[in-house]
Ligand binder design. Structure first.
Ligand SMILES: *[C@@H]1O[C@H](CO)[C@@H](O)[C@H](O)[C@H]1NC(C)=O
Ligand SMILES: *[C@@H]1O[C@H](CO)[C@@H](O)[C@H](O)[C@H]1NC(C)=O
Ligand SMILES: *[C@@H]1O[C@H](CO)[C@@H](O)[C@H](O)[C@H]1NC(C)=O
Ligand SMILES: *[C@@H]1O[C@H](CO)[C@@H](O)[C@H](O)[C@H]1NC(C)=O
Length: 462
């Protein structure tokens, strides 16, 4: 009897799951001119007046096919560098349940994975990085033109100084092809941010959900953060807002030097979390209904009190368009936007010039890098140079605005989605947790990139 009831519930669950997936798909099929949300044109013009961008379809001038472009960054001369995956594709066959890379035997990517372009002309001015990497992820270039690279297949972080060698890194962290969570190992590390004194942060990453800080010589000096993937959260965390130090993939980092903050793109929780760069203490959170529930990357520029440039991603449960947005750190309002002619599909990383005049977005699929130029140049606002000793970290109260997608969703889809999500959780719980009680690491997959799950009980480190 009980069995029959459970079976019925199972059918209902699956119907609800199907609806949950179906409803957002139907909604996104509606024409979204250039990625417009449910805002009227007055609102759009008003909200985006300050930082409007136009798309430069002619950039770059490239005579070859790119792979998935995972990252883009400025070098100190103002060139734009991209990091791409060549013929390698991150799919369900790339990793096993323990996050070990399965395609090592195919060898590293044979072509140049790093391409250097002139920011104006779009001409290719340099290239390197052949036969070194397996699954490129993050790229950061510091003020001394050192390249900081993360490879999620190798589970390693590299520092390359091209004046020394373009084939041998000057620093390597992590153990080749070995995922782990201790002082020696990473698990699919995503991103690096470098301070002016050479200290650096690593976002680690898909499975560990932590941020580590290192001294310039590579000593671990600080670590914080826990993995809060939605399933884990549902069962292990108390009800209420997601705690500030829980990440569902810390996917990109940006350093706000004038504020002494390290900010993290908390990808599957659709928010930017900023922390005191000295001690890792939580400082502030940034989110918006216009970003939605997924946020792939963030970059900071010190203009107008601090601006965060973000790219969101394809949404699972809402109909927010995939685009780039500019958020003011002081008002937490969206003050600008950038998107290509035919909207983004899978933007993954971005680079912004210090003055905000140029924005570049790396896209996994289609394999592209996009350039945007600010339409109107604003009068130069001198940014006060604060003496480091006197500089004061501004404090903002954590955002307590409820995120209701009333602009984009009607009541019925909201109800259906809530029921569906609830049931999906039960379904997945039945599938995974019930049969592997006290479960080890588990896995959930999305079309573009995989998400590793980890029971929080396993977390041992502070
Ligand atoms: C657009 O939205 C604004 C603010 O919500 C409102 O004042 C205005 O009347 C709306 N305009 C149209 C054409 O709907
Ligand atoms: C692009 O490639 C074609 C064929 O490989 C070659 O003929 C042409 O000169 C190349 N153009 C540039 C600008 O490199
Ligand atoms: C673009 O490159 C030129 C050098 O070729 C440089 O002077 C300029 O600052 C760069 N622009 C940006 C926004 O970095
Ligand atoms: C750049 O090099 C100088 C001199 O070696 C050093 O003092 C500085 O910390 C370095 N900066 C970074 C970001 O590594």
């Amino acid at each position: 009897m009980v069995g029959i009831v459970i079976n019925r519930l199972w059918v209902l669950c699956c119907a609800a799951v199907a609806l949950t997936i179906f409803v957002p798909i139907v909604r996104t099929q509606q024409p979204l001119a250039g990625g417009e949300a449910a805002l009227n044109s007055t609102e759009i013009n008003h909200r985006n007046a300050d930082y409007e961008y136009e798309y430069d379809a002619e950039w770059p001038r490239l005579n070859r096919t790119l792979g998935s472009v995972s990252a883009v960054a400025f070098d100190p001369s103002g060139n734009v560098v991209i990091f791409h995956r060549g013929r390698h594709v991150w799919n369900l066959l790339s990793f096993d349940q323990q996050n070990r890379y399965l395609q090592e035997k195919d060898g590293p990517i044979g072509e140049s994975t790093l391409l250097i372009f002139h920011n104006e002309s779009g001409a290719l001015v340099g290239e390197w990085g052949a036969n070194l990497f397996f699954m490129p992820h993050g790229l950061t270039i510091d003020r001394n033109n050192s390249y900081w690279i993360t490879d999620v297949a190798l589970h390693q972080v590299f520092k390359f100084d091209l004046t020394v060698s373009s084939t041998k890194p000057v620093m390597t962290l992590g153990v080749r092809f070995e995922p782990g969570k201790d002082h020696e190992h990473f698990c699919k590390p995503t991103s690096v941010a470098v301070l002016d004194n050479g200290d650096f942060f690593v976002a680690d990453g898909y499975c560990n959900g932590r941020v580590n800080k290192y001294s310039a010589d590579g000593r671990l000096i600080l670590s914080w953060g826990k993995n809060s993937f939605v399933l884990t959260r549902t069962f292990m965390l108390p009800a209420g807002p997601i705690p500030v130090n829980f990440f569902a993939i810390p996917h990109a980092l940006t350093y706000a030097a004038d504020k002494k903050l390290i900010c993290v793109a908390d990808r599957e929780q659709g928010r930017v979390q900023c922390f005191n760069a000295n001690n890792g203490a939580f400082h502030s959170m940034y989110e918006s209904p216009r970003i939605g529930s997924r946020l792939f990357s963030v970059k900071y520029i010190p203009r107008d009190g601090g601006l965060l440039y973000v790219v969101n991603g394809p949404q699972f449960t809402t109909a927010e368009p995939v685009n780039g947005l500019v958020m003011s750190m002081t008002s937490k309002e969206i003050v600008g936007r950038f998107f290509p002619e035919h909207a983004f599909s899978n933007p993954h990383e971005l680079a912004v010039s210090e003055d905000g005049a140029q924005v570049y977005v790396a896209e996994l699929n289609p394999h592209k890098v996009h350039k945007f130029k600010r339409k109107s140049s604003l009068p130069e606002i001198p940014t006060p140079i604060l003496d480091p000793a006197e500089s004061k970290v501004e404090t903002f109260p954590p955002s307590d605005q409820p995120v209701l997608y009333t602009g984009a969703l009607t009541t019925i889809p909201i109800v259906v989605s809530l029921v569906g999500i609830g049931c999906m959780v039960v379904c997945l719980f039945r599938t995974f947790c019930v049969k592997s009680r006290g479960g080890r690491r588990q896995r959930f997959s999305t079309p573009s990139e995989n998400i590793s799950l980890r029971e929080m009980g396993e977390d041992r480190e502070a």
